[in-house]
Design a protein around this ligand. Sequence first.
Ligand SMILES: *Cc1c(COP(=O)(O)O)cnc(C)c1O
Length: 356
Amino acid sequence: MSRFMSSNYAGLVPYVPGEQPRDLTDRVKLNTNENPFPPSEKAKRYAAKAAENLQLYSDTECTLLRAKIAELYAIDPDEIMCTNGSDEALDLCFLAFCDEQHPAIFPDITYGFYKVFAEVDRVPYQEIPLKADMTVDLNDYLSAPGKTVFIANPNAPTGIALPKADIIRLLESDPDRIVVVDEAYVDFGGESCVDLIHTYDNLVVTQTCSKSRSLAGARLGFAFASRPLIRDLNTLRNSRNPYNVNTMTMMAGLGAFEDEEYTRDNCRQIRDTRAYLTAALRGMGFTVLDSSANFVFAASDRISGKDLYLQLKARNIFIRHFDTPRLAPYNRITVGTVEQVDRLLCAINQILEATK
Ligand SMILES: *Cc1c(COP(=O)(O)O)cnc(C)c1O
């Protein structure tokens, strides 16, 4: 920290993204939950076409894209806000809906960015331990009225989904507090709560094009909520960066949502490969949590999480390791193509054989 940095940020620990090797020749990258399939042809075509008009500012309202999503989700465009990745939508939720009277609460094991947002946005927060089986204990949240809940559903890095009925209980437990449901992985097997925004004016749902729609590099996310909440979020967005979604990204998103069959098809393949990967790992003695996402969380008592991670990395296979006490035995493995998963399984098999 230089002597010029604001003391407000002394000790701020930024989010640490997974490694992004640029050269993927002969590398298997299963560490950041990207989609193994390319973006839809339509998304690529629309983005290239949009590049021709980049002398103009982007549409701060993302009018075309919101209209398309509103039609698909049977909601109103005024119930949607588009953001630079769903990370931005989540950040705006911390800013808009948390303060001394409404501290943020979220699980101790969840998306690492929640804690970083709470810190950088200088809002009070509390981390609530998951149960021993890595599931959320709903009672911890039901008995914390007034606190703004952030819940990833399915959760990361566990992949475990909460039933929609549990979210409804949470929403009804205190109509005067906000519940933010982060649905980054919902298309891989979770139950979406977007349709509940008409019933519950204290609900915000965030989604992203980064995972199921193969647009991680484009940076496109959304918040869905009742009109008053979207207005609040837009007040903040327009006070910070009204041109948050660039024209190429908005058009790539439009192309992706006009090609829903492609998304559904890719998600189906990923779910099938997830079942295959889960069964194969369990067959090798791994504990694998039941995932509803595009990754699995797995531990073996024959090798530490870190050792497996390092040995796979030495073989050009990247998975994600988290070096905290409860997570250290595990690794988070993105579900790639069948070919990538086969290469991974083959390498794990060799590594385990060598450690006998
Ligand atoms: C990937 C991810 C996000 C957001 O990613 P963006 O690329 O910013 O849309 C949000 N929440 C969770 C749990 C994620 O894993």
